[in-house]
Design a protein around this ligand. Sequence first.
Ligand code: SAM
Length: 472
Amino acid sequence: MYDPRSMKAEEFICHEEIEETLRFADAHKHDREMIEQILEKAAAYKGLTHREASVLLACEEEDLNERVCQLAEQIKLDFYGNRIVMFAPLYLSNYCVNGCVYCPYHAKNKHIPRKKLTQDEVRAEVIALQDMGHKRLAIEAGEDPVNNPIEYILECIKTIYSIHHKNGDIRRVNVNIAATTVENYRKLKEAGIGTYILFQETYHKESYEQLHPTGPKHNYAYHTEAMDRAMEGGIDDVGLGVLFGLEMYRYEFAGLLMHAEHLEAVQGVGPHTISVPRIKHADDIDPTAFDNSISDEIFAKIIACIRVAVPYTGMIISTRESESVRAMALRLGISQISGGSRTSVGGYAEEERPHDTEQFDVSDQRTLDEVVRWLMKDDFIPSFCTACYRAGRTGDRFMQLCKSRQILNCCHPNALMTLQEYLEDYASPETKAIGEKLIERELSNIPNEKVRAKCVEHLAAIRNNEGRDFRF
Ligand code: SAM
């Protein structure tokens, strides 16, 4: 039976409730009155239930669909402004004991070279990432208790935070590793991680079990209940996601929102982020073998519907997507993107992009400098800010900041100051020139006069090389 407060996966992600939701959404896809009401609720920034949001996703009225997109754009601007947080993935190890049929790291793949970074190699990767200008990483690893035990992950985190190359610094390490125990989550928390990210892959239990035929990841309940264990272990910020293409997107969408509702109901705070990966070609993986792939149009609609349903949750898109898809996604709700990514183990320290250990093909192959310049040309502010969790603004405290709209006095100046650091230390002359003008323009959007004056002071200090890492 469906119960968002239950701690059992099959009760808070209830198959019957999802089926019923999909029937309900189908029955109302032309119901203009209901859709108008849902839009009104969303426009009051109250968020939507999985049922309401599913009706929007199913809606077949063109003008109303247009309004969903307009509202998504509005919410995006009101809550996140034109700031886009930048990050890069760092692959530590592709050893894996699981049998995930969509992932080239699956245990039966005997021809992919297996690689695990030594601490010296982690250092080389981090220096390469710092030299690009990155301040925020998401570490990635396969699941292998012998080769990548939690001690290895913790050691890597320690190494990453310890490296200060030139003016470089990794100030936030997010972690995307397999579901684990409360005790291990506590260790990750103590190691100072930011968000714990775990993609559900699919919320459809039967498909989940078929797609993960072997290994510990086969256990649907253990995987689905991981975020509750992470929060029990003290991690405030968790990141959800499904791998679109595995199952019917409307099923996944309802499941994703039910998961967010469950966390809100039980933990008092919803997910910090939602990611929207789509299956890509990789080594022995052919994405056309999965028959639930979605078009760019549907993908855009999903992003817009998530944006209006959970306005306080950040949204992430990776370099799995092309420049043009990312441009569309940024407008409709995405607030964090990766740039200059390499998805292979040890890829950043190599001159040429290595393909042999890549987890998936990268569509957007531009350098970080190119991505930063591209964003600024479109009037976005690339932000390298990591202030919130370092100032203890995690979980519900971050949500409060978001809800009280103090973000403009906080995130906005932080974005400008970290962009200034990027421009001074890493940008090409062309990028720097565009950025300087953007910062000048954007200063006037800081509402509080004192904060603005302080920000101007800090910007000058960064330019004069008198300091780094200022934050509000
Ligand atoms: N191994 C960890 C786990 O099991 O959760 C997480 C790390 S894995 C490197 C990160 C994510 O990449 C997976 O959760 C999956 O959604 C995604 N992924 C795997 N194969 C992919 C593919 N062929 N195309 C796109 N994304 C893929």
